[in-house]
Design a protein. Sequence first.
Length: 253
Amino acid sequence: MTLLAVERIKLFTTRSPWWCMLLALFLTIGLTAVIAANWNNAPMPVLGAVYTHTFGLYVIMVMAALAVTTEYRFGTIKATFLAVPDRVSPLIAKAVVVALLAGLVGEAVGFGSWAASWLLADDNSQLALTTANDWRHVAGVGLVYAAGAVLALGVGALVRQTAGAVSIVLVFALVLESVVGLIPNIGDDIQKWMPFTVASKFIFGDPDASGMPDGAGPPVVGELSPWGSFGYFAAISLAVFIISLVVVKKRDA
């Protein structure tokens, strides 16, 4: 518990987490509000309310990477490792704090976007959370944010440099996963199993057809169920984090 308190204090005594949380909330909910205010040709579905959640996800992943790279930049990680020589415990504590914070922000983003859509859409008859799928679409945002934060934290611990870690996370999520689909013959098959593509299925995949106009919905991605998709994304995030623990333990701070 002491390590958790220490990591919480270290995280919240810097400005970057506060700015990242505010940006994730206002950017995502604000964009959703604009979409909802202009959604006037059909009842707005629950999926429409969380369509922009990835914008906040990328911001939260930047926050998670900064949580560890900032310590390396200013050398405070050395004091932490002197106090806790095993090195693994403080990083696990940091991951718990960052993941919990990211999850809370994700829930605020999901339900805030849904509330904005409910208030601003001309026809909100399809926005009621009446099925398990509806709740997954909205509440699942927090789970994706938490897993994404652990992934970004692992990348930050491996790279130890802010620009590099942020670049890797954003380029992979925004560019590489889209470009890989252009590879002849095998691109589409590879793309189906890219982590952020699979994570999107947890939020969007296999929607309740009654909540979509004419039963339409996002294409099914890969071979996994929505919850299987989240398990896949969480497993990759955990694997990257575990690799970072091994590397951090072996090399100099």
